[in-house]
Design a protein around this ligand. Sequence first.
Ligand code: MRU
Length: 348
Amino acid sequence: MVKHLRNPPVISLTPSSLRFLDQTRLPAEEIVVETADYRRVLEAIRALRVRGAPLIGIAAAYGVTLAARELFATTSSDPHAQLRVVCDQFAATRPTAVNLFWALERMRGIIDRTADAAGLVSALETEARILHEDDARRCAAIGRHGMEVLPGSGGVITHCNTGALATGGDGTAFSVLRAAHRAGKNIHVFADETRPLLQGARLTMWELKRAGIPSTLITDSTAAMLMRQGRVQAAITGADRIAANGDSANKIGTYGLAVAARHHGIPFYIAAPLSTVDMDIASGGDIPIEERAAEEITDWGGRRIAPEGVPCYTPAFDVTPAELITGIVTERGICAPPFDETLRALFP
Ligand code: MRU
């Protein structure tokens, strides 16, 4: 079922369904999908109707909850085994954002520990809600810590979408922008359009406008020139996976932005919750990078723009090496280089 609502929730679980905003339709249409079928959540994550590292994890946790409701409403054999298969299906949707695997690990833990079939549905639902609320608290803390690094006045550039549409709360990098603006800092945000799916133009500009933060949309290729003109005093983005040494995977184009920032002597920050840090991966070279369908760059607005049959290379993310990152803003404070030491110190 699809609904038009006045104040659409980004994602919310009801007693009978999951509601989520279809982000592929923004900003033209604010359409909420309402479904009790976890298969639609799988499709929504793959198709980027629901996207952004922390939000993918939250959506998967709610999706597993829907599957549990469905399995226990019918008399299925070995529901625990079937739910583990559902977790594997969610894990196969998108490879880069580690928050997905982190959230699914928590859901698998509940499945392993809860033998009682009736108790399992409510235990999974509770865990999914905890993940969601916990992420909102992390976002708020990231905003509080991160606003300190932004200038009292000046231009701040960002890439992709890192706001409420990407998380369970106010966002990661976006939460920092919002907190700085609320605290009275006179910042002007430059949002990269973020080729090819335009999360910056469609989603970040939508959120900046709603938040009343002064902002300008630019093409990705305008960033370096803007820096040379002296109009950018800081850069801040989110991340989809941060390796133990601080190398950070984020939307394709982030690496180029960081290179340009270094060339112009502009500080470059990453903002992310610790659920985005993968201490099992030593450096960025081991982060799996999702490749998307060729049509995402050969077609535009439903129309073919590249010649038929051209070879395409379509990584959805790139890795910014730690040496280009000035600081990593987390919910527990700001890490400075060397990140292998400062990140490790934040983990118990
Ligand atoms: O492909 P997407 O839209 O899911 O990519 C999202 C990003 O790259 C964000 O910058 C990232 O998830 C970090 S912010 C929450």
